[in-house]
Design a protein around this ligand. Sequence first.
Ligand SMILES: [Zn+2]
Ligand SMILES: [Zn+2]
Length: 389
Amino acid sequence: MPKSSATVQPSAARSAPPIWVNIALFSLTFLAAIVVVPWYGITHGYSAAAWVLFGVFLAANELSITAGYHRLWAHRTYEAHWSLRVLYLIFGTMAMQNSAWIWCSGHRRHHLNVDDEELDPYSARRGFWFSHIGWMLREYPSGKTDFSNIPDLRRDRMLAFQHRHYLALVLLTNLGLPLLAGWLTGDLWGVFLLAGVLRLVVSHHFTFFINSLAHMWGSRPYTEDNTARDNPVLAVLTFGEGYHNFHHIFAHDYRNGVRWWQWDPTKWLIAGLQFVGLTRKLKRTPVFQIQRALLAMQFARAQSSLERVAPTAAPSRISELRQHISREYDSFLAAVADWAKVKEQWLTEKKRAVAEHWEHTSFQLRFKELEQRLRLQRRRLRVLQAQLA
Ligand SMILES: [Zn+2]
Ligand SMILES: [Zn+2]
């Protein structure tokens, strides 16, 4: 992916001109949500239908951003049937986070230059406010529109249509859908305020948390190379996007919460729709690679715990632990080398056996055995880490 040509001087960033339309949009909808919405509830009350529609539109908006804008278009982690893409486009437009072209181009830049204060459009290193919403309120050079990194999406006529008619489509979905639903259920203003106004503000800020809080609050089990965190609380608010540490290291995986028990409704939706033929070619990171990343982090942590306790512990004990860690590390490197070798053999065999009946069971067994080796090693390291704590 080409790098953005945008560069910025710190003083230039401070004097970036305000984007009044965004400032007005975010502040007016926010004010309406905290003042008008409760006032109407107290004076008129809301129907059950209004609350249900609030939930339905909120879920449709968030899932269109997470499964559509994010995992389908920005990262191409799977393929989707055109009918599903139309739904993503309708409810993604309703979420009012800009056209898919602008969203995905900025997001690809975020991944490529994560934490870079000049090139990442919403670098968390510039603080909570900037990464949450501030980056959209001024014309920062880091946020300059540059479509050179989305040639694939530029060829998509559906996305081109959305980009060209974005404003009309935003008005149609945000005024038309809630008003129509309100008229049909006989609670015009109630539905408009809950499923229209409150839904928009809640879906905005829940998504914005991914750029702000998910880069500040949580754990880093896979990598410490960037600020992205895994956070189960944020995962609940964002339909699974809270497992952001995993996402930043394995961005081409359709899952963010990779373990089966991790709360990631977006991954369940994508995987579920595969059974009815609406999604296909779901990309998964090999288990071994995931285990390798986890183990590498465990080694780094064990090493720093050892350095921390070294000054106060008995020298013989420290040298024993040091040897222990170094032995484990050697066996880790050996497993990684073995895996690379098996993978290479597997690829060669697959190529050679393309026309014949391709027997891959023996390879799967070997891969499984290597994965198991790393799992056992992670368990041993956890025991070691507990001794060091
Ligand atoms: Zn991120
Ligand atoms: Zn992403």
